[in-house]
Design a protein around this ligand. Structure first.
Ligand code: PHE
Length: 358
């Protein structure tokens, strides 16, 4: 049998060398390897007669012969090319993997679609912003300590002087540039356009020097700004209420806490009941909720536009009033019912196992 097997290898090698086109390959494969009537099977039928102590050796040789033929066939197939004959049109195609939008983009689109029917028009501002718009015109002049709350990334170490024409804004000429730490930087830019009333939304990137379970250094906020005659707190409250019910669902509740911002008066902090611990502050296993403090999550601020901000934008605070709110997009997304994301940093880790869940 040993001899027969060795001979089979030789025969196969000779015959394979004669093959010129891929159409003969299948017949060659059948001739040698067909389970029912292939030459290898036929030889192996004789195994019954082999002495016991030789069976293992013969078995190994048979395996080796089979591998030799199989890889010979593979090589031939590769060198001769598949050709039309071997292309099976009936095999289902392979679907290329299809991804989806980033979670922040999904949230931004949803936020936009909720605010748009209320008349908010999307506006944009530069990511690299002047100190003037981020702080100065928002009632935080010079070295006002409130600026420290924003953990800002500055681009310029010291104020820079630019040789702009005399009628350009003095403070822009002598300011510092920074990565905008909040979407509120757009407020006075919008007012300067000189078109009233204003009903705008700004949904864009913000940058702050913070990183932990509920902060990432590059994140998104969405800001709403309404300026018109006779705007009061009920308009602010009604708008926030409407948004929260649409975005989070009817079961989430809000509360307004008095707060302080330099650019709104009065100011509020809007809280929403936590979606991870359902407002209890404790997880199912009794441990303290990692996401919130005592069941409430802070969504960020809101308030009535401060008269000094209106003045900075060239608007008479005796005639016009307005409200503004500015919330974190990632934060809002993570608080959505049923999502239970307990670490915001996951949204930017590019881990497909996380992203594919949405
Ligand atoms: N800009 C504020 C922040 O980043 C939020 C805010 C926006 C507060 C508008 C009041 C009005 O925290």
């Amino acid at each position: 049998m040993k001899q027969k097997l060795t001979q089979l290898k030789e025969e196969f090698a000779n015959e394979a060398a004669q093959i010129k086109g891929p159409e003969k390959l299948e017949a060659l494969e059948n001739k040698y390897l067909s389970r029912k009537s292939g030459l290898l099977t036929n030889i192996m039928k004789g195994i019954k007669e082999v002495a016991k102590e030789e069976v293992a050796e013969i078995g190994a040789l048979a395996n080796e012969t089979k591998n030799y033929i199989t890889s010979g066939l593979e090589e031939l197939r590769a060198s001769l090319g598949g050709g039309a004959a071997s292309f099976d049109f009936t095999v289902p195609g392979k679907k290329p993997p299809v991804g989806h939008l980033h979670l922040a983009t999904i949230a931004i689109r949803e936020i936009e679609s909720i605010l748009e029917p209320l008349g908010f028009v999307r506006a944009r501002h530069p990511d690299v912003e002047w100190d003037y718009y981020a702080f100065e015109t928002l009632n935080m002049p010079g070295d006002h300590p409130a600026r420290d709350d924003w953990e800002t990334f500055f681009i310029d170490e010291a104020p820079i002087k630019m040789n702009l024409p005399e009628d350009s804004l003095k403070l822009v000429k002598e300011g510092r540039r920074l990565l905008t730490p909040h979407t509120s930087s757009i407020q006075v830019r919008e007012m300067e356009k000189g078109v009233l009333p204003i009903r705008m939304m700004n949904i864009s990137k913000c940058y702050r020097r913070q990183i932990d379970v509920s902060h990432v250094p590059m994140f998104h906020q969405f800001e709403g700004l309404v300026i018109d005659k006779d705007i009061n707190i009920t308009h602010l409250k009604g708008t926030i209420d409407y948004f929260v019910k649409k975005f989070f669902g009817e079961d989430r509740t809000i509360r307004l806490r008095p707060h302080h911002f330099q650019f709104t008066e009065p100011s509020f902090e809007v809280d929403i009941s936590c979606g991870l611990c359902h407002g209890t502050g404790k997880l199912e296993d009794g441990s303290a909720c990692r996401m919130c403090k005592e069941g409430w999550l802070e969504l960020a601020g809101a308030g009535m536009v401060h008269p000094n901000v209106l003045k900075a934008g060239g608007i008479d605070p005796n005639v016009y009033s307005g409200f503004a709110f500015g919330w974190g997009v990632e934060r809002c997304f993570s608080m959505k019912s049923g999502l239970n994301i307990d670490d915001l940093r996951l949204m930017y880790k590019n881990d497909l196992r996380f992203n594919e869940q949405f």
